[in-house]
Design a protein around this ligand. Structure first.
Ligand SMILES: CC(C)(COP(=O)(O)OP(=O)(O)OC[C@H]1O[C@@H](n2cnc3c(N)ncnc32)[C@H](O)[C@@H]1OP(=O)(O)O)[C@@H](O)C(=O)NCCC(=O)NCCS
Length: 140
């Protein structure tokens, strides 16, 4: 799919009212065992903060970010996704900046990413640290 930048207007919404599982197809393309659409909707529903990017032309969900927190000191951003055909237009950056804005009263905002994406997140003020993760691959 080829998109003409000038025709794209992206709207950002802070809730998932009216969203259906099928609206969340097309994401997680690199995951070997991606969550199914019902789980995608559930994880957004159960997150403390979500931000959804829509294409105003067709109402399509083109990106999202979520966050969970302890409401005291810490927040974690588990997922940031933009549909492949909508990438490199600043949508991911806008989602990150807006989520930082939401979480900015907290002491720590953490995100895990592949090495290659560290430079991307540094642009928004994140810095690289060592981290450890534990995964139950059969629980996706
Ligand atoms: C990462 C992602 C959300 C960025 O969305 P986006 O809307 O394209 O973001 P922006 O337009 O704000 O920024 C694009 C920049 O990110 C860079 N980028 C994106 N993915 C990258 C990757 N895997 N490695 C290195 N750079 C990457 C692009 O090269 C581009 O750089 P530029 O600004 O110098 O041209 C999107 O590529 C995506 O959904 N990727 C798959 C899921 C993923 O990796 N999510 C992050 C989980 S931590």
């Amino acid at each position: 799919m080829c998109l003409n930048d000038e025709n794209i207007v992206i709207l950002y919404r802070y809730e998932i009212e009216g969203l259906k599982p099928e609206d969340l197809l097309g994401f997680f393309e690199k995951w070997p065992n991606p969550p199914n659409p019902d789980k995608r909707l559930a994880l957004l529903k159960n997150s403390e903060h979500v931000l959804i990017a829509f294409d105003d032309n067709n109402g399509k969900v083109v990106g999202f970010i979520n966050a969970i927190t302890d409401k005291t000191l810490s927040a974690y951003i588990p997922l940031l996704e933009v549909l492949p055909e909508y990438r490199k237009r600043g949508i991911g950056g806008e989602l990150v900046k807006r989520m930082i804005g939401i979480l900015n009263d907290l002491y720590m905002i953490d995100i895990c990413c592949d090495d290659e994406l560290a430079v991307y997140y540094e642009k928004f003020g994140f810095r690289k640290v060592a981290g450890m993760v534990y995964r139950n691959y059969d629980k996706v």
